[in-house]
Design a protein around this ligand. Structure first.
Ligand SMILES: Nc1ncnc2c1ncn2[C@@H]1O[C@H](COP(=O)(O)OP(=O)(O)OP(=O)(O)O)[C@@H](O)[C@H]1O
Ligand SMILES: [Mg+2]
Length: 282
């Protein structure tokens, strides 16, 4: 089985309020092991709801979600499902539970009864994976936002998940913190083969993903390679998303009749694309 997450015709309706609200409307999706998948979508498009379905925080109103083949409806598998898919949320302050970094990272494994020697090994490995080993005896509340979020990620890694779902993990961070966190999760994906699902509002954080999924009003409207999807500039703009600055520049040049291709996402590729278009003109 190559898919770590398999979602079949999922619908989800919030029924707590005065009027029920359907946030997911018939989504089917498979996420292959070891891939880095980014999810974009406007406010309220259903991204967080989808994320919560991926480790049984929410259960389907219709359809099925399988994690490594385990049906999230199966209560006896809940612990195994939560161990397989870890979650990281937006606000690092809400995810830190201890007064010392290493205690915080140890909290999850301690809770599931991991032996002390093994906990020590996991804490060392997790802190090293996020580049925070030297801070192990520090107080988390004195760290920067990016560092706190890396500690939250270490806490998830200490549970040795196969997949991590991150719901706008950089939303509250400054540019330095954002970069730290994005680099960290790419490293986890590349070096440890951890499957990543990254939900974000920042287009530039999705450029290096293997796959980009775009949601709008509870359905998936785009699914493919980021460079391909960003060429659909008009369609993305129509659903309230902006494209990366490189794509925007190439798009405007194209509108002016200059022949450039829209899939040059990095600044270097974009510059090269413009250079060659201008050279051709002469
Ligand atoms: N607990 C809730 N009760 C009722 N409706 C909810 C609840 N949580 C979310 N919703 C509604 O469900 C829809 C999808 O919400 P969701 O949080 O999944 O969107 P999102 O894409 O994560 O948005 P954002 O970008 O703002 O984080 C929204 O219309 C939202 O108002
Ligand atoms: Mg959300």
């Amino acid at each position: 089985m190559n898919d770590i997450i398999k979602i079949e015709n999922l619908t989800f309706t919030y029924s707590g309020g005065e009027t029920p609200h359907t946030a997911i409307r018939g989504v089917s999706l498979e996420i292959e092991k070891g891939t880095f998948v980014a999810v974009l979508g406007h406010n309220g498009s259903g991204k967080s709801t989808l994320a919560k379905e991926m480790n049984a925080i929410l259960l389907p109103s219709g359809g099925r979600v399988y994690v490594n083949g385990m049906d999230t409806f199966e209560e006896s598998l809940l612990l195994e499902i939560r161990k397989t898919v870890g979650m990281v949320f937006q606000n690092p302050d809400n995810q830190i539970v201890a007064n010392v970094v290493e205690d915080d990272v140890a909290f999850g494994p301690e809770n599931i009864g991991v032996a002390p020697d093994e906990i020590r090994r996991r804490v060392d490995a997790a802190l090293s994976a996020v580049g925070m080993s030297v801070y192990r005896e520090h107080a988390p509340h004195l760290l920067s936002g990016g560092q706190k979020q890396r500690i939250a990620i270490a806490g998830v890694i200490a549970m040795e998940p196969e997949c991590i779902v991150l719901d706008e993990p950089t939303a509250m961070l400054d540019p330095v913190g954002r970069r730290e966190v994005i680099q960290t999760i790419h490293k986890l994906n590349e070096e440890r083969g951890i499957t990543i699902v990254l939900i974000t509002h920042h287009m530039d954080e999705t450029i290096d993903a293997d796959r980009l999924i775009v949601m709008s009003d509870g359905v998936i409207v785009e699914d493919g390679k980021p460079a391909d999807i960003f060429t659909h500039v008009k369609r993305l703009k129509d659903i309230g998303l902006t494209v990366p600055e490189t794509t925007e520049l190439l798009y405007e040049l194209q509108e002016e009749g200059i022949q450039v291709s829209l899939d040059a996402l990095s600044i270097e590729d974009c510059a090269r694309e413009i250079y060659s278009a201008i050279s051709k003109k002469d």
